[in-house]
Design a protein around this ligand. Structure first.
Ligand SMILES: *Cc1c(COP(=O)(O)O)cnc(C)c1O
Length: 403
């Protein structure tokens, strides 16, 4: 072994390489952004200190092992708790993983869950792929919450809502759902990805659990996957215990990216909102468009609830094309767009377009006979350029209609 650089300590190079360069603090100031801490093992000065950390870590925020979080993931958890008005928050590798862990934490075989017809499609798929085989029954309720009273069963333990709903942004009366659920001994969970804790705050409206895909607006740059679950103090324990039992954690690098994205969350959302409304008003004048879906528009069915419960809208808009427009024409429209990228997800700074299948996405509401629904995510680009792009898309669509 190279032994020529013997330090005065008498330790060999191999040993010194494991111990050098670890100074955690420096003379002078502190960085603006939270430092990135990566860790599996966490070291303690004594057996007693380690024993003490293990005894306290279920109740307190203690840095004890990488799987239980690092100072970087703790910082993001605290930032999300602040946004959601929550007691505490856990982080997950994707938004979908966060939703799966909510179902795993609050339901057990023999239970029944009421699920909104407006949920994100992979959430709906969990009913068949996970809940049914696991012995948990579910019933879908209308996206506006109507008629839900009749659907409760004695073993209903959870009401799962998504408001505004995925794809066409149906609104439900969340405080009323909370009241109905709580009166029957059930908890209310809400997917808050649309509101991102800025435009909508389910916990303040009576929900016990709020999930978000931080993949979307919190990270804001389409380059990181992350899910969050934030709860009230009363609802915290089952989630926290299940997460520790399953070793749920996220990379501190990803947490650091989301934390960085969150600094501009409110500023970005204001710009997304302004641009989306401008594009929405332009679309409402187009003869090719039968309906523009956006809860901030007075014509939207849930507009009054949106006014009461939301503080704004975001970059999402969907359009229903005239029922006569065929599939080939829709495809020509989508393919002709140059500034709207074709891709799933949303919440980054860029504009996106996705052709949806509403018939597959809803089971309570019948979408047959209606026009094709295309979802737009309006980004930070100039609305003038975006509407020009959409206009050329409609031109391409018209040329396909004759074909
Ligand atoms: C995207 C999305 C999710 C899932 O997030 P991923 O990070 O992509 O897994 C969950 N709920 C809603 C409403 C979403 O839009």
């Amino acid at each position: 072994m190279p032994d020529s650089h013997h330090a005065s300590s008498g330790l060999t190079l191999d040993t010194r390489l494991t111990r050098t360069g670890k100074a955690p603090s420096h003379a002078g100031g502190v960085p603006v952004n939270t430092p990135l801490v990566r860790a599996s093992t966490v070291l303690f000065d004594s057996v007693g200190a380690m024993r003490d950390a293990r005894a306290r870590r279920d109740e307190e925020r203690i840095f004890s092992y990488g799987a239980r979080g690092t100072p970087t993931t703790f910082a993001l958890e605290d930032a999300v708790s602040e946004l959601e008005g929550a007691w505490r928050t856990r982080l997950f590798p994707t938004g979908l993983a966060a939703i799966g862990m909510v179902l795993l934490s609050y339901l057990k075989p023999g239970d029944h869950v009421l699920m909104s017809d407006s949920v994100y499609e992979p959430t709906r798929n969990l009913v068949h792929s996970f809940l049914e085989p696991y012995g948990i029954r579910s019933t879908f309720f209308a996206a506006d919450g109507s008629g839900i009273e009749e659907l409760f069963e004695p073993n209903t333990r959870l009401v799962y809502a998504e408001c505004p709903g995925s794809l066409v942004y149906e609104m439900c009366d969340l405080p009323k759902l909370a009241e109905l659920a709580h009166a029957r001994g059930a908890l209310l969970a809400a997917d808050n990805t649309w509101g991102s804790g800025v435009q909508y705050r389910p916990l303040a409206l009576g929900a016990d659990i709020s999930t978000m895909a931080a993949t979307k607006y919190l990270s804001g740059h389409s380059d990181v996957m992350m899910g969050t679950v934030a709860t009230t103090e009363a609802a915290w324990r089952p989630l926290n215990e299940r997460c520790d039992a399953f070793g749920m954690t996220v990379s501190p690098d990803d947490a650091w990216l989301v934390l960085r994205g969150m600094r501009t969350l409110s500023a970005r959302l204001q710009m997304h909102e302004r641009h989306a409304l401008e594009v929405a008003h332009w679309l409402q004048e187009r003869p090719e468009v039968a309906t523009v879906f956006c809860p901030a528009l007075p014509q939207h069915p849930g507009h009054e609830i949106w006014k009461r419960d939301c503080s704004g809208t975001n970059g999402l808009l969907s359009i229903e094309l005239q029922p006569g427009v065929g599939n080939a024409a829709v495809e020509r429209f989508v393919d002709a767009l140059r500034l709207f990228g074709r891709g799933s997800s949303w919440g980054g700074y860029e504009s996106l377009v996705a052709w949806t299948n509403m018939r597959a996405a809803r089971s309570v509401t019948d979408w047959s006979g209606r026009g094709a629904v295309v979802r737009l995510h309006v980004g930070l680009e100039s609305p003038r350029d975006l509407t020009a792009d959409l206009a050329s898309g409609f031109e391409a669509m018209a040329s396909a209609s004759g074909a």
